[in-house]
Design a protein around this ligand. Structure first.
Ligand code: C2O
Ligand code: CU
Ligand code: CU
Length: 493
C-alpha cells in the first residue's frame, strides 16, 4: 500500500479530515507525479476599440484527489479563472456574469481605476446578472490579479476558487529581452493552501485559532494542483508568482539553494534585478523571478521557515497550524529544457523619484486584533480593527486628493504579521521597522507586510480617478481578517 493511500485511509477512519495537521508534507508529495496546470491565456476580443472579456462566475467540481470530487467555484472554468492579458493604454471592458446561486463581486487587484469599476464590496453582482466595468489600463506592465471581494464572504468565495491572474504589458516591458512567452518561458503560478474532508470536499475553518490567525491548509495547490511537476521548456524561465492563499505566508526558494533574480514586484519591474535565495510572499503579494535551469537538475520550489514572525502565544498557536514550517510546492524538471535566447538586462526600468517632502497628508493606520474575544470572551462580532474600528460600509475613513502624495504609517499592534493592501494605487515603501527598504522592497507595491508590533511607512498617490461618492478599500489581505473587520474605506476626490 502506498503511503499516500495509507494516510488517506487512516484519516478516513478518523472521519474528520483527509490529512491531520501534523502530517503536512511529512511524506513525499512528489511520489505520485501530477502534471503542472497552466491557466488558459485569455486576451479578449477587440470590439469598437475596446478589448472585451467575457467572464462567467460559475459552480464547478474538481478532482484534486483521484476518485474524489470537490465542489468548487470558478471563472469560465470549474476552479479559478483564465489569465487575462491587456496592454497599458487600452480600453478594456469585462462582462462579468454571475451564474452562482449567491451574490458576488470581482475586484481588479492592483489596478488604478475608477472606484465604481473596482469590484469591491459596493459593486455587488446579483445572481443571473452581468456587471460590465470598463476602464483604461493605466498601470505599467505588471502581474495583477482578480478575485471576489464580497463583503464578509471574500474568504470563503476565494477559498472555493473565485480568483485569477491578470498580466499587463507595456512598451518598456516588451522592449526588454526578458522571458515572456506565456506557458513557454513565462509561467504564472498561484499558490493556495487548502484542507479536505475525507469525502474530498473542501474543509474550511474549524477552530477559533484558525479564525484568529486566518485559514492555514495542509495542502498547497499550485494553479489548482497539489504539488505538481513542471517540465521546463527553456533554460531561462520566468515565474510570476501570486500568493492567492487566504492567510498563509511563504518564504520562497529552491531546494538546492540556488539564486534567482527578482525582476518585479506587485506594481511591475524593479529598476534592476536583485539576486536572492529566498523571498517572503504574503497573501495578495506577487513577485516575478527568473531562474536559471541550465544545470538540468531537478529542483523543488519550496517554502522555507521564516515566512511568518508571529510572537508569543500567537506564535505557538500559528505553529500548531504549521504556519512556519519548510515544505515543497512544485518540482521543476529541466532535463529537456532548450537553450534560451532571452537575457536579463542589468537595467530593467527607471522609476520616478518620489520625494516624501511633497506629501500633502500623513495618516496613521493601526492594525489590531481583539485578543479578548479570541480567548472566548466575546461573541461572534468583529475581532479585527483598523484604528480601533471594524469595517463599516457606510463610513468613510479617509478622503484623499487625486494626484497628490500622502504618507501612510501602518502600525501593527498585534503579535502576527498582516499584509496591508490599498486599492487604486501602486505605492512605494519608505521605511520598514526603522530601516530603509532593501533593493527587493524598492519596487512598486500594492500590498506590504507589516510584521508583528512593527511599523511601515509608505508613500501613496492616487493618480487618475476621483469620485466623491464611491469609496475604495484598504485592508489586511488575510481574508479572514478583512472579512472580520480589518478594512476601511477612502474616497479620492
Ligand atoms: Cu486583493 Cu481589496 O483586495
Ligand atoms: Cu485590491
Ligand atoms: Cu491581518
Amino acid at each position: 500500500m502506498k503511503r499516500r493511500n495509507f494516510l488517506l485511509t487512516s484519516a478516513a477512519l478518523g472521519g474528520a479530515t483527509l490529512i491531520g495537521a501534523s502530517n503536512l508534507y511529512s511524506y513525499d508529495v512528489f511520489e505520485q507525479e501530477r502534471d503542472f496546470s497552466l491557466p488558459p491565456l485569455y486576451e479578449g476580443k477587440f470590439t469598437n476599440g475596446k478589448r472585451v472579456f467575457n467572464l462567467n462566475l460559475q459552480h464547478g467540481e474538481m478532482e484534486f484527489f483521484k476518485g474524489l470530487k470537490t465542489k468548487t467555484l470558478g471563472i469560465n472554468a470549474p476552479f479559478l479563472g483564465p489569465t487575462l492579458r491587456a496592454k497599458k493604454g487600452e480600453f478594456i471592458q469585462i462582462n462579468v456574469k454571475n451564474s452562482l446561486r449567491f451574490d458576488s463581486t470581482l475586484h481588479w487587484h492592483g489596478f488604478e481605476l475608477p472606484a465604481k469599476m473596482d469590484g469591491g464590496p459596493h459593486q455587488v453582482i446579483k445572481p443571473d446578472t452581468t456587471w460590465k466595468p470598463e476602464f483604461k489600463v493605466q498601470n505599467r506592465a505588471s502581474f495583477l490579479w482578480y478575485h471576489s471581494h464580497m463583503f464578509h464572504q471574500t474568504a470563503t468565495q476565494v477559498y472555493k476558487g473565485l480568483a485569477g491572474m491578470f498580466i499587463i504589458d507595456d512598451e518598456e516591458s516588451s522592449s526588454l529581452n526578458l522571458p515572456s512567452e506565456y506557458g513557454i518561458d513565462d509561467i504564472p503560478i498561484v499558490l493556495q493552501d487548502r484542507n479536505f474532508n475525507s469525502d474530498g470536499s473542501f474543509r474550511y475553518i474549524t477552530s477559533m485559532q484558525e479564525r484568529m490567525a486566518g485559514f492555514h491548509g495542509n495542502y498547497v495547490l499550485v494553479n489548482g494542483v497539489i504539488a505538481p511537476t513542471f517540465k521546463a521548456k527553456k533554460k531561462l524561465t520566468r515565474f510570476r508568482i501570486l500568493n492567492g492563499s487566504n492567510a498563509r505566508f511563504y518564504n520562497l526558494g529552491f531546494s538546492d539553494d540556488r539564486d534567482f533574480k527578482l525582476i518585479a514586484t506587485d506594481g511591475g519591474l524593479l529598476e534592476a534585478p536583485v539576486n536572492l535565495k529566498q523571498i517572503r510572499l504574503a497573501p495578495g503579494e506577487r513577485i516575478e523571478i527568473v531562474v536559471d535551469l541550465s544545470n538540468a537538475q531537478d529542483v523543488v520550489l519550496k517554502s522555507f521557515k521564516g515566512a511568518t514572525r508571529s510572537m508569543g502565544m500567537m506564535g505557538m498557536m500559528m505553529g500548531s497550524m504549521n504556519s512556519d514550517i519548510e515544505f515543497d510546492l512544485m518540482k521543476i524538471k529541466s532535463k529537456n529544457a532548450s537553450t534560451s535566447t532571452r537575457t536579463i538586462p542589468s537595467k530593467l526600468s527607471e522609476h520616478p523619484v518620489w520625494n516624501p517632502n511633497n506629501a500633502v497628508a500623513a495618516r496613521g493606520m493601526t492594525l489590531s486584533m481583539g485578543m479578548m474575544s479570541m480567548m472566548g470572551g466575546g461573541g461572534n462580532g468583529d475581532r479585527f480593527f483598523i484604528n480601533g474600528k471594524a469595517m463599516d460600509m457606510s463610513r468613510i475613513d479617509a478622503v484623499a486628493k487625486k494626484d497628490t502624495f500622502e504618507i501612510w504609517k501602518i502600525v501593527n499592534q498585534s503579535p502576527m504579521a498582516h499584509p496591508f493592501h490599498v486599492h487604486n494605487t501602486q505605492f512605494k515603501i519608505l521605511a520598514i521597522d526603522g530601516r530603509r527598504p532593501n533593493k527587493s522592497e524598492q519596487g512598486f507595491k500594492d500590498t506590504v507586510i507589516v510584521d508583528p508590533m512593527g511599523a511601515v511607512y509608505i508613500m501613496v498617490s492616487f493618480k487618475y480617478n476621483s469620485d466623491k461618492n464611491v469609496p475604495y478599500m484598504f485592508h489586511c489581505h488575510i481574508l479572514e481578517h478583512e472579512d472580520g473587520g480589518m478594512m476601511g474605506q477612502f474616497l479620492v476626490t
